[in-house]
Design a protein. Structure first.
Length: 398
């Protein structure tokens, strides 16, 4: 088996339980040129001690991702099969009633011991991202196993955004197995009717990670005027309206997303109370400031502003500016739910961004709750990057 030896001083995080081996951490590779390349490799520290066995992605920034630390590894196919079964069993326990919720994260990459594989369940359809070479090469076997385990009728593969680093041709990424995948699915999210277009939009077509946070926003919404920024297909806006918000202004740059938000509103019978505005969120916030308009509840859920690699200064500045503008649109005594969805901005970093924004606009705020993805997005204590979604529910002191 090929062996990756990490540089001196780079082995500690691995011994502490982190699964990632960065390409610049590898000192040398030991292999027998007579052997065929394999996806499973051994990882050793600089003293030659075995840390574990990892899935190998030679061209990626993350050159290896540890999947087991057993003395003798279980055959890879059996290991992956057991992890899929465990992921399905957990979701059955979390979501026992599909008539109440049938849209959720089924496989959460490293959080389920399946690095490079993300699968969301949307009722009868699974939408998957086989984001690493080892997972992509097993896509047909994994797809069939997922359909068997879940009873779903179709699986649709969608791009994750970095396939070329993994040696995957973009032309190979989009495919499906099973029954034909419908263009539109009628689902339930915590009792709320939901429309999902599995072939469209970002990621897998719907952000299931905000389910619990949408419920919290709904609990605060009755009687409120609500501003939903980067609204996407309307998850926060529709939950607020269903809960009794007096009105919602939902803003996004995507015409397609706003059209789906409008369809959601018609489905729920709340369309008269929803206003949709297409445009750049910063510009819209500027117009609202000029008009002196404020809201009892503001939701700020931007896409990740960080580049995949390189300096983070521009992204941090962007988050701060957005939070400054959003805070000034919250009426005294009102609420702001603000989020970041990048593993590059950890809890303390985001807290400092929001503190700086509050100081800049001279707003006195109180934290009511820290916000995260739901329990269908597990993450390891040893790898906090898996907790990519982080947010704060704030009250602006009157």
């Amino acid at each position: 088996m090929k062996v990756l030896v990490v540089r001196r001083g780079r082995g500690k995080p691995l011994w502490m339980g982190h699964p990632w081996v960065h390409a610049d951490s590898v000192e040398r590779v030991l292999e027998d040129p007579r052997e065929a390349p394999q996806d499973l490799v051994e990882v050793q520290d600089s003293d030659g001690k075995r840390v574990g066995y990892a899935l190998h992605s030679p061209g990626s920034l993350l050159v290896a991702r540890i999947v087991t630390r057993e003395a003798e590894p279980t055959p890879l196919e059996a290991l992956l099969d057991a992890r899929l079964a465990a992921a399905q069993a957990l979701r059955q326990r979390l979501f026992p009633d599909p008539a109440f919720t049938d849209a959720y994260r089924l496989v959460h990459s490293e959080g389920d011991g399946l690095p490079g594989l993300v699968v969301d369940r949307f009722g009868p359809v699974l939408v998957a991202q086989f984001a690493t070479g080892p997972m992509f090469r097993r896509r047909e076997v994994l797809a069939q196993r997922l359909l068997t385990l879940t009873g779903a009728r179709s699986l649709l593969s969608r791009p994750g955004g970095h396939e070329e680093e993994e040696g995957i041709s973009p032309a190979e990424v989009a495919w499906s197995v099973g029954d034909p995948v419908p263009d539109l699915l009628h689902l339930r999210e915590a009792g709320m009717p939901l429309l999902v277009a599995p072939r469209e939009g970002q990621k897998t077509g719907h952000f299931v990670d905000q389910r619990e946070n949408r419920l919290l926003v709904g609990a605060l919404a009755p009687g409120m005027e609500v501003l939903d920024l980067f609204c996407g297909t309307g998850g926060f806006a529709l939950r607020a309206l269903q809960a009794g918000a007096s009105s919602v202004l939902a803003v996004d740059a995507s015409e397609r997303a706003l059209a789906q938000a409008s369809a959601h509103a018609r489905l729920l019978g709340v369309e008269p109370r929803l206003s949709l505005q297409r445009g750049d969120v910063r510009e819209v916030l500027g117009s609202l400031r000029n008009a002196g308009r404020q809201f009892g509840l503001v939701v700020l859920d931007p896409p990740s502003l960080f580049p995949r690699r390189g300096p983070a200064g521009a992204a941090l500045k962007g988050y701060r500016e957005l939070n400054v503008r959003a805070l000034t649109r919250v009426a005294p005594g009102g609420f702001l739910a603000t989020f970041t969805c990048s593993g590059r901005l950890d809890r303390e970093g985001f807290l400092e961004v929001v503190r700086a924004a509050a100081r800049e606009c001279r707003a006195e705020v109180r934290v009511l709750r820290e916000l995260h993805a739901g329990p269908d997005h597990p993450w390891s204590l040893c790898a906090p990057e898996g907790r990519y979604l982080y947010g704060l529910l704030l009250r602006v002191v009157a």
